[in-house]
Design a protein around this ligand. Structure first.
Ligand SMILES: NC(=O)c1ccc[n+]([C@@H]2O[C@H](COP(=O)([O-])OP(=O)(O)OC[C@H]3O[C@@H](n4cnc5c(N)ncnc54)[C@H](O)[C@@H]3O)[C@@H](O)[C@H]2O)c1
Length: 289
């Protein structure tokens, strides 16, 4: 897709971080934007910033884990702008620990937002976008965690692996029906956002006890450090726009980590976890980003 001016982009999790940066990048191209989020204050600030820049904005509360709220978002987007050309299923949260110790509530929360949120987005928007009969683009935010299996991130990894394969299937299926809608799956490593404070959006509020138990606790400090030294959201948004322009499926924002993806693929084919013993993956990811 090369034409952006006057077209419409929808971004979930659009009130902060990567989502807000994408909304601003689309606005800079002259697009109208819809931003959806669960944080009213951040949403108000984002709406004010975008509006001040002269962009037509629809800012609305929508919890992407709830199908009726995503359906309402689609209805509101079409009621306001009559079309959607770029759909970014981006809202996401993170939690970590041993997979057998994570609470059912946390499994449901993380999968609900990160994976079901994308599923709801596709189910509500794709039929409308197909009916519109114009070119379009879907960007699903996964992660490097969707292409690797670092320990202590199982909740997050499972959700993001799901988003990667869902995006690949969507790509194939849209091609099968000859649609003009293209797909990208965004797979960043560390980006300087508030993802480490996802607990602020945990249903029922943040937990009383420390969020991340040992051994994750020690690592979480490193994770925060790496996030703060990571790419800017603006850099990622630039890469997303370029991928939409060029019709690229995979957006790997940290090419220095591509070796980790290749090593996993080689391990799968060989049948043995060798190059990627679990601790070295974490170490490698932590040191290379
Ligand atoms: N920051 C990173 O290093 C990184 C790396 C890879 C992938 N990602 C992914 O990028 C996406 C954006 O995260 P970010 O890093 O900008 O974090 P962020 O916390 O800054 O932004 C996430 C946004 O999603 C919103 N959100 C949370 N739950 C929601 C829900 N149920 N419904 C709607 N909105 C909800 C939050 O309020 C927030 O505005 C996520 O999918 C995340 O998994 C981030």
């Amino acid at each position: 897709m090369e034409e952006f001016k006057g077209r419409v982009a929808v971004v979930t999790g659009g009130a902060s971080g990567i989502g807000l940066a994408m909304a601003k990048r689309f606005a800079a191209e002259g697009m109208h934007v819809v931003i959806a989020d669960v944080e009213q204050q951040a949403l108000d600030a984002a709406e004010a910033e975008l509006t001040a820049g002269g962009t037509e904005v629809l800012a609305t509360i929508a919890d992407v884990s709830k199908p009726d709220q995503v359906e309402a978002l689609a209805r509101a987007s079409y009621a306001r702008f009559g079309a959607v050309h770029v759909l970014c299923n981006n809202a996401g949260v993170a939690a970590g620990g041993f997979c057998w110790e994570e609470s059912l509530e946390d499994w449901q929360w993380v999968l609900g937002v990160n994976l079901w949120g994308v599923i709801h987005g596709l189910r509500s928007f794709i039929p409308r976008m197909l009916e519109q009969e114009s070119e379009g683009h879907v960007v699903n935010t996964a992660s490097m965690a969707g292409l690797t299996s670092a320990p202590l991130f199982s909740l997050y990894n499972v959700s993001k692996h799901g988003v990667v394969t869902l995006s690949e299937c969507l790509h194939h299926e849209l091609a099968m029906i000859g649609s003009d809608i293209k797909v990208s799956v965004l797979c960043p490593s560390w980006v300087d956002t508030k993802i480490a404070d996802s607990s602020r959006n945990r249903p029922g509020g943040p937990r009383d006890e420390p969020d991340l138990e040992e051994p994750f606790g020690a690592m979480s400090q490193q994770v925060r450090q790496l996030l703060s030294e990571g790419l800017t959201s603006e850099n990622v948004a630039d890469q997303v726009l370029d991928a939409i322009r060029t019709g690229r499926l995979y957006i790997l924002t940290h090419p220095e980590l591509n070796g980790v993806i290749k090593a996993r693929a080689e391990d799968i084919v060989s049948g043995f976890m060798t190059a990627m013993d679990p601790t070295s993956v974490v170490r490698e990811t932590l040191t290379q980003s």
